[in-house]
Structures are given as structure tokens and as C-alpha cells.
Design a protein around this ligand. Sequence first.
Ligand code: TRP
Length: 335
Amino acid sequence: MSDKPRVLSLAQPTADSLHIGNYLGALRQWPPLQDQYEAFYGVADLHALTVDVEPAVLRKRCLASAAQLIAAGVDPTRSAVFLQSHVPEHTQLMWVLSCLTGFGQASRMTQFKDKSARHGSDAANVGLFNYPILMAADILLYNADRVPVGEDQRQHLELTRDLAQRFNARYSPTFTVPEPHIVRSVGKIMDLQDPTAKMSKTSSSPNGVVDLLDEPKLNAKKFRSAVTDSGRDIVFDEQNKPGVANLLIILAAFTGRSVEDLVEGFAGKGYGDLKVAAADAAGAEVTPFRERTLELLGEKTELEQILADGAEKARAVASRTIAKVYRKVGLLRRG
Ligand code: TRP
């Protein structure tokens, strides 16, 4: 086992393809962390059951998500790449942690409140309520030091830290209290057709969302028909020119150049040039990503083997943690 600190993150298999918002805001940060950390990266398939999903669709999305993690640069020879449901210790630890979580505290999770408000309290199932506790279990099981997530997961991470501290105080030091690794270097990626809304798979127009697994030609077209703003100068003004600002943020993210630098370079040029530049920069990274993903999905047996190996690596750590936790809370060992 390595003596490096640990990093862990899971992605929910909620769509057939990630879009560039998911990719730039989250997944792209994962591979570089493999150098300094022992990494556990997985697919939160149990979390995906909190919303209604066709079994066949879920199966497909789980494999597609795993393939996309690997295509993004998560290296299964260095990191544990696994499906959450393949490591039963996640749900075992969730139960123990749920017995340490106040009902009031769980009820205050804003993502739960938002989702249940949107769907109605009958549509919001108990799984959705327990979702943050399962997430805490995902993290604490591996004593992760670092957890790269998006801003929307900050409160869940706070709960995780709180539960770790509570368990440690009540029993004895057991869990690492994890640090969030919230990516802020990349601005929020907005919908290309409605640049005042975050790019999201539930967007009103599919043309506003650039899916990583779509045909490169289609994506280039989406960039070319992105909504821009009145005027013609390329300046960075999120308030008054959200469409142009969004394209600049995307271009900056894909080229590694600063927005200021890009604005300088576009002096005297028009919106069309910016759209083409953004399409080209995105395409240069996304096209090989897509090819690699499709290749992995075409070798299903190998992909399944990678996931089986990943689950084994994960379980080596997880089973030790759960044995320790069960012992500390007073559960007897099976004789
Ligand atoms: N809830 C996270 C999201 O929607 C996904 C997730 C589940 C996760 N378990 C996790 C993220 C553990 C980090 C660590 O993005």
C-alpha cells in the first residue's frame, strides 16, 4: 500500500455522455491528482438510484461513465477505478453514519430540499434523503484526504467532515477529516443557447449543451450557432455580454490561456472568430477523448475487468475500515 495521501471522487452516471461543463468543472481535475495522491475514482451507481431510471439505461450509463473517466486520463494501473455498488462496504458504513446523523441536520441539506421541492415530497424518496450520508461513507471509507468536487457539493462535504469528527470524538480517532478540493479556476460553463443558465443536461435546447460523445461535427456547429450578444467587440463582461464571456471561459479552459490574454488577441476580430476558436480548441481535446471512450466501450470485457480489479483494490481498503468501525461501535465479530 502506498504512503501517499489519498484522493477520492465519484461521478454520478446520470447521462449517456458528460458535457463540457461536467468535464471542465470536475472530471478534468481528477487525472493530475494521481501524481501526488493514491487515487480512488468511481461511479456513484447507488446514488443514481435516487431518481427513477430504466435498468437498461442505468447499465449503459455506468459503463459509459467508467469509460469516460478512463478516457479523461484516470489510469487504472495507478488508481482504483470502480463502481460503488461493487464495494458493499459503502452501504454498510452508510448505515452506521446514518445513526450518527441528526434528522434535522440531514433535512437541512439544500440539494435535498431543492430536489424534493421540485419533485414533491412523495416523489422524493428516502434514498434521496440519505444521499449525503452515502456520500460521506464513500469518502470516509477510504480515509480520503482530498475530495475534488464542484461547488454544489460543498455542503455535503461539510456534513462528511462533521460526521468524521463526531465519530472520532464519540469512539476514538478513526477517520481522516477530508479537505474539499473545489475547483474555481474554471468559471461556470453556461448553456450556449442561454448563457444566463448553467450548462445542464436538462437544458431547454440540446443545442446549448456540448456532449463529449457527440459527433465532433455536431459540436462544432453548436459552437458556431452559440448565442452571442449585441455589439461586436470581444470583451469579458459576464453581466452585459454573457454569451461572449462564456465562449472566452471555454476557450481559456481548453487552451490554458488567460481570458485577458485571449481578449487582447481578439482585438479587431469578430464574434465569428471567437466561435471558431472555441470550437477548434474544444474539438482538439474532446475528439480524442471521444474516440478513446468509444474504443473502451467496444472492448466491454476488458472494461469490466478493469472495474473488477478496481473494486478489488477498493475493497482491500474498505473492508479494513468497516471492520474497524463495526468493532469500535460495539458490533461483535462473527465467530
Ligand atoms: N454527489 C456527487 C455529485 O453529484 C457525486 C458523489 C457521490 C461524490 N459520492 C461522492 C463526489 C464522493 C465526491 C465524493 O457530484
